[in-house]
Design a binder for this molecule. Structure first.
Ligand code: CP
Ligand code: NVA
Length: 288
């Protein structure tokens, strides 16, 4: 599961339905034996709060053993290839989740592995986040088909994964970013006008202006993206029922105002919790 394109529409809907079941039945241990006797490694080459904790807890709740590995404790940092690492780990484990600063490295790991590999964030993709986002939208609106989602800001990994999975789900995804910050064409409707994107939208989504790996360009990014802040004025252009989404971590006052982030239309806390439920459904699907 490297980009989300591995799922077709029916598989995606089944997965979201199962995520809802796992969420409802969590207290009574729904899914607790699904992956009994399995082990899953979680490799982090970059920092993480949500992905790290939700995967570790999720694996344990499905009856499997999570093994969290930072790349600096592996021979990876001493030159062992990522493909060899995948091959070795496949002999011990039943699945690998990896967060990396390189999409190419994750593809190489997957090529060397004989067990499923899950992308826990790369510079180009964040498909596990998009699964939780779709779960949140489904909870709020019942159906995904025909929903209009406006992503406003940096056309980054989160934007691309939303475009890919939103399209599979039959949603209308519009992305407003300035020139130089856009994802490739063909995945979503692209514009440079945040108000046009927000117009009539059921959800307004944004993410940080400086992603992991973009630190050297921080000042330029913080200047160029100012007109793309998600604030009350932009939210007013959206549908009356619109919610605000953000994958977190947020920088209130930059890409989103504190009023919107902590306001009554914000669904970001559900969105973060839904990482757990969506990823449990994904792990069941891949390893069950
Ligand atoms: N949204 C998200 O992936 O958060 P973390 O970086 O904390 O995992
Ligand atoms: N776009 C951000 C998402 C963090 C969860 C990044 O890649 O740093």
């Amino acid at each position: 599961f490297l980009t989300g394109e591995e799922l077709d529409r029916q598989e995606l809907f089944d997965l979201l339905e199962r995520a809802e079941e796992l969420k409802r039945g969590r207290e009574r241990g729904e899914g607790r034996d699904s992956l009994e006797g399995r082990s899953v490694s979680l490799i982090f080459e970059k920092p993480s709060t949500r992905t790290r904790v939700s995967f570790e807890v999720g694996v344990a709740e499905l009856g499997a053993t999570p093994i969290v590995l930072r790349s600096d404790e592996l021979q990876l940092t001493r030159g062992e290839s990522v493909a060899d690492t995948g091959r070795i780990l496949s002999g011990y484990l039943h699945g690998i989740v990896i967060r990396s600063g390189s999409d190419e490295r994750v593809r190489e790991l997957a090529a060397g592995s004989t067990v499923p590999v899950v992308n826990g964030l790369t510079p180009e993709h964040h498909p596990c986040q998009a699964l939780a986002d779709l779960l949140t939208l489904r909870e709020r609106f019942g159906e995904l088909d025909g929903l209009r989602l406006a992503y406003v800001g940096d056309g980054n990994n989160v934007a691309r994964s939303l475009a890919i999975l939103g399209r599979i789900a039959g949603m209308e995804v519009v992305i407003a970013s300035p020139e130089g910050y856009r994802i490739e064409g063909g995945l979503a409707e692209l514009t440079d006008d945040p108000r046009a994107a927000a117009s009539g939208a059921d959800a307004i989504y944004t993410d940080v202006w400086v992603s992991m790996g973009d630190e050297a360009e921080a000042a330029r990014r913080r200047g160029d993206l100012v007109p793309y802040q998600v604030n009350d004025e932009l939210l007013a252009a959206a549908s009356d029922r619109a919610i605000a989404l953000h994958c977190l971590p947020a920088h209130p006052g930059e890409e989103i105002t504190a009023e919107v982030l902590y306001g009554e239309r914000s669904a970001v806390w559900d969105q973060a919790e839904n990482r757990l439920h969506a990823q449990k459904a994904l792990l069941e699907r891949l390893l069950g």
